[in-house]
Design a protein around this ligand. Sequence first.
Ligand SMILES: Cc1cc2nc3c(=O)[nH]c(=O)nc-3n(C[C@H](O)[C@H](O)[C@H](O)COP(=O)(O)OP(=O)(O)OC[C@H]3O[C@@H](n4cnc5c(N)ncnc54)[C@H](O)[C@@H]3O)c2cc1C
Length: 331
Amino acid sequence: MEEIDLVIIGAGPTGMFASFCAGLREINSVTLESLDTYGGQMLELYPEKEVYDVMAVPKMLSKDLSNKMYEQSQTFKRRFEFNSKVTDIIPQSDKRLAVEVNGEKKYLAKSVLICGGVGDFHPNKLNAEGEDEYNGKGVYYSVKSIDDFKDKTVAVIGGGDSAFDYQMQIASVCKNTYIIQHNNTFKAAESSVDAVKRDAKAKIIMNTDVKKINGDGNNVKSIEVFDNSSKKDYTIDVDAVIIAIGYKVNPSLFKSLNVETDKRYIKVDHNYKTSVDGVYAAGDMANVSDEPKFALIAVGGSEAYIAINNIKKYISPNASLFGGHSSSLNL
Ligand SMILES: Cc1cc2nc3c(=O)[nH]c(=O)nc-3n(C[C@H](O)[C@H](O)[C@H](O)COP(=O)(O)OP(=O)(O)OC[C@H]3O[C@@H](n4cnc5c(N)ncnc54)[C@H](O)[C@@H]3O)c2cc1C
């Protein structure tokens, strides 16, 4: 196992800012991410949406903001390892932590900062015939690039905020869109439903299941649906299908690590320390007991800042808690 001061779990916005802060405090760290890239929810769930509530950034596409955060994390040349899922954290008798990556013990760390967000997330499948065959050939689970849908007829499956968000993101470039919901209610915000209803090129189909996705081997060509009201099957010609029926979230708790939790959160104190020495948590996955949680990019960043400074003090007790202003640096 490689000895290291700090393992940061997750390369979402919190983990990226934590990596930058670790550089600021000269902590030898590595950041491990189970996906093949950085960005977390920003890049996986809403890369084409504008974000307005990050300090000093009046407005920026989520994917661009994510790139900027990664760039900032590299100010101090931080190590990131992708396709590296942390599968366990095993406390050792000398208080260090063995960090298991993809099932193998890889790091012996003095401290760990868990920035796992909503956990390891995977989109729910529709389980329609043809779904796997056309995954990446017209079947999507989010909108990664609006250009993928240019001049296409697109069916968005689902009735929640994500389905309506996706429709609204792509509507201006599409030929036509459908929103297809399996029952008669929507969970999406009323304003979004009203906006889609006003869109002349959009059609909402209720109480209808998608049974099959057809194609020519290379691209989606149509979907077969079953109308639960009329009990009739019919076919709709489409070029793409976006399946937006939620995510399976695995909260990434580690079997050998007995941290206290509260609902879906890892409990932390005001220093973002968990109930286990050397283990800290920040961002969407962590919460100070009994306080409301603001699951936001800027909040995760400030939690990461506090956690890293406390980690510095934990691994180097003679160090000061506050590392000084970055404006004093001359990089
Ligand atoms: C549709 C939508 C719109 C949003 N809009 C805004 C907005 O406008 N403004 C705003 O401030 N916030 C917004 N948010 C919330 C914001 O995205 C989250 O608060 C933020 O992403 C949390 O960052 P995080 O780094 O804590 O977690 P995440 O972004 O979830 O990142 C966690 C990372 O950890 C990785 N991971 C998890 N478990 C492991 C493991 N065991 N090993 C290795 N890696 C692991 C995951 O793969 C992921 O990449 C929005 C969220 C959604 C869903």
